[in-house]
Design a protein around this ligand. Structure first.
Ligand SMILES: [Zn+2]
Length: 81
């Protein structure tokens, strides 16, 4: 994997899960530094982004979810049928 692909995979999946990504990070100091920096930002920002909704909002959302039918996507055909 090249550096751009590794950084894309790391950012999208937010971690070291892919073996190819891990192998690249072991051998590429620039990407390893980039990954550590991204993780540090994530560790600081993630707790600040988790917000408990007010009880009335949570109740209303639960009611709406119970009333909303599940709509499954159907494949869209291109061209004449
Ligand atoms: Zn790299």
């Amino acid at each position: 994997m090249d550096c751009v692909s590794v950084r894309h995979e790391f950012a999208i999946r937010s971690g070291f899960s892919a073996a190819e990504v891990q192998a690249h990070l072991v051998g590429c100091p620039a990407c390893a530094l980039w990954a550590r920096s991204l993780r540090a930002v994530d560790d600081v920002a993630r707790p600040a982004l988790i917000v408990e909704p007010p009880p009335q909002l949570a109740l209303r959302l639960a009611e709406l979810a119970a009333l909303t039918p599940i709509v499954r996507a159907t494949p869209h055909r291109l061209g004449p049928e």
